[in-house]
Design a protein around this ligand. Structure first.
Ligand code: DIR
Ligand code: MN
Ligand code: MN
Length: 288
């Protein structure tokens, strides 16, 4: 695998400080060396530089609207689609992140990323002064969610209205993660095989594994279920970009909580790029 890494030390998608330190902690946990150790060719592009907007007045419910010009998935999916064309988006999260600026109960941009990106929601997004560059680039039928368990009421309606494929935690309970991933791939590959954009919010995992995050919700994916998703999406050969978001090393209540969260994030990324729990087999090896 050839892997390029970009850190986005950005926290303005939500109100809690600390999440901008996620990239530093993930790098310090040895992400790059470990990717190389499993045979990846890695290029680290460093961090995205973010401008400061001291007087970022909200527009209606929408907070930090000027800084948002770079809220993570909005930028990464737009850029990915600009370079690769139509994408399948796999959104692994406790939350649906599909509020529009008119439905958001919190005003936080991290809860709205997908609404700006979906063609079918374009008419529901008010014209915002700093957003003219932003063109929707994803079709509702090309999105699949896994891990949902904390939606705002309006988000339920939006998902129904758009007919988006969803696997709530109850679906994971009922089907098991293997069937969920199988059906996810069936859905994504129904028409043509498009490059996959995986957005993995660390709060999809259960807070017993990843407590260091801004909006933990009990009843999440196990560590193994998270890894299983990444391993299998890797094996499709179509994984083209991954966002790993919401690691906040200032939360988590203890050093162990932070370490467990950061380690889980690193392990998910390693699984995305070919690591197998079973270890890899050396074809030249002969049993002595
Ligand atoms: C909530 C929280 N639905 C919002 N979203 C989060 O602010 O719109 N996404 N935490 O990961
Ligand atoms: Mn979330
Ligand atoms: Mn999220």
């Amino acid at each position: 695998h050839r892997v390029g890494i970009i850190g986005a030390p950005f926290s303005k998608g939500q109100p809690k400080d600390g999440v901008q330190k996620g990239p530093e902690f993930i790098r310090d946990a040895g992400l790059i060396q470990r990717l190389k150790g499993q045979g990846c060719v890695v290029k680290d592009y460093g961090n995205v530089a973010f401008e400061d907007f001291p007087d970022d007045e909200p527009i209606g419910r929408l907070k930090n609207q000027r800084a948002l010009v770079c809220s993570l998935a909005i930028g990464s999916i737009s850029g990915h689609a600009a370079s690769r064309g139509e994408l399948s988006v796999l959104w692994v999260d406790a939350h649906a992140d599909i509020n529009t600026p008119l439905t958001t109960p919190t005003g936080n941009i991290h809860g709205q990323s997908l609404s700006y990106l979906i063609h079918e929601l374009h008419s529901k997004i008010p014209k915002l002064p700093n957003f003219s560059w932003l063109k929707p680039c994803v079709a509702a039928q090309d999105i699949v969610y896994i891990g949902l368990r904390d939606l705002d009421p309006e988000e339920h309606s939006i998902l129904k209205y758009l007919g988006i494929k969803t696997f709530f935690m109850t679906d994971v309970d009922r089907l098991g993660i293997a069937k969920v991933v199988e059906q996810t791939c069936d859905h994504m590959f129904l028409k043509v095989k498009k490059p996959i954009h995986l957005s993995f919010d660390i709060d999809a995992l259960d807070p017993s594994v990843s407590p260091a995050t801004g909006t933990p919700v009990v009843g999440g994916l196990t560590y193994r279920e998270g890894i299983y998703i990444c391993e299998n999406i890797c094996q499709t050969g179509l994984l083209s970009a991954v966002d790993l978001v919401e690691v906040n090393p200032e939360l988590g209540n203890s050093q162990e909580g932070v370490e467990s969260t950061v380690n889980a994030a690193v392990d998910l990324l390693l699984a995305c790029f070919g690591r197998h729990g079973e270890g890899s087999h050396n074809p030249d090896y002969t049993i002595p």
